[in-house]
Ligand binder design. Structure first.
Ligand SMILES: NC(=O)c1ccc[n+]([C@@H]2O[C@H](COP(=O)([O-])OP(=O)(O)OC[C@H]3O[C@@H](n4cnc5c(N)ncnc54)[C@H](OP(=O)(O)O)[C@@H]3O)[C@@H](O)[C@H]2O)c1
Length: 252
């Protein structure tokens, strides 16, 4: 695909995320605590997560490795960060969830497969076929250092927060408790905040429309989800800390 067609497609993809944001803010995505049988057939939650998330690294690695670009250290580094994130998201995280017996709508899994296929393909295709080699001091450039710092701190917050949430349940439990400590003192969803920061950092490092597209879509998915979770906590726990915000300490 020529560079110009790729850029047009990615610009449309980013515009779609922004256009759909009001819809996402109104309609709560029906998985996890918001799962509803009104969304058609359901399937095992853990299997659904593995299927829908594994697509992303497979697509990225396939198009990266089979693209004509020389596999320079910076390009391999970016593909490696994607792969590491998805090793956690597609295997470690779902296998550690305490969601025995819980289900997820098939339509959510299918739409996530589409979303992850597009993002895995666009980022893999860019790195494998369209990107410049990023050689000659790329690792020392300010936007790379700043982006890497954001990526690593976002990933650390995301993994830490997911871990705290997974630990709230003892073996066999499937209910919800009020998370406490660390960033949870300030916001309901540090895992979502961490993920948004992480992919903003990746986009800053990789500096292309495919990476920006994934960062924008991540924010467009997770800002509404954090706000739905926050409303849900307030409705279900009378003692929910009143000073706690949804996603951004003191602000949102
Ligand atoms: N890049 C993107 O666009 C994107 C989109 C979606 C998700 N993600 C990432 O995927 C991960 C999971 O997302 P998510 O929205 O499903 O996270 P979540 O709703 O916070 O749930 C995370 C896990 O913790 C459990 N849990 C959450 N709150 C709990 C509580 N108060 N008490 C007990 N258990 C609790 C959940 O169980 P239940 O499943 O039973 O609720 C689930 O197993 C996050 O790291 C998120 O950032 C990324």
């Amino acid at each position: 695909m020529p560079q110009t067609s790729f850029q047009t497609l990615l610009t449309a993809w980013i515009a779609l995320a922004i256009l759909l944001l009001p819809v996402q803010l109104k309609a709560t995505a029906p998985y996890g605590r918001h799962t509803s049988p009104r969304w058609g057939p359901l399937m095992d939650n853990r299997l659904g997560w593995i299927i829908m998330e594994l697509v992303s690294p497979l697509m990225l690695l396939y198009f990266f490795l089979n693209g004509p670009n020389e596999k320079t250290a910076p390009l391999c580094f970016l593909a490696g960060l994607w792969g590491l994130h998805y090793l956690n998201r597609s295997l470690i995280f779902p296998l550690r969830t305490r969601t025995r017996g819980k289900q997820i709508p098939v339509v959510v899994v299918l739409s996530a497969v589409f979303f992850n296929t597009f993002n895995g393909w666009s980022n893999g295709y860019y790195l494998g076929a369209l990107a410049p080699p990023f050689s000659g001091g790329w690792f020392r450039q300010p936007h790379v250092l700043a982006g890497l710092a954001l990526f690593l701190s976002g990933a650390a917050i995301n993994i830490w927060a997911d871990e705290q949430l997974l630990r709230l349940r003892k073996a066999g439990e499937t209910g919800y408790k009020i998370p406490q400590g660390g960033l949870f003192r300030r916001i309901s969803c540090p895992n979502h905040l961490g993920e948004i920061v992480e992919w903003a950092g990746f986009a800053l490092m990789a500096w292309n429309l495919a990476a920006l597209g994934f960062a924008v879509w991540t924010a467009a998915n997770l800002i509404p989800r954090a706000m739905s979770h926050h409303r849900w906590y307030r409705q279900h726990f009378q003692e929910y800390p009143p000073e706690r915000k949804a996603l951004i300490p003191f602000l949102l």
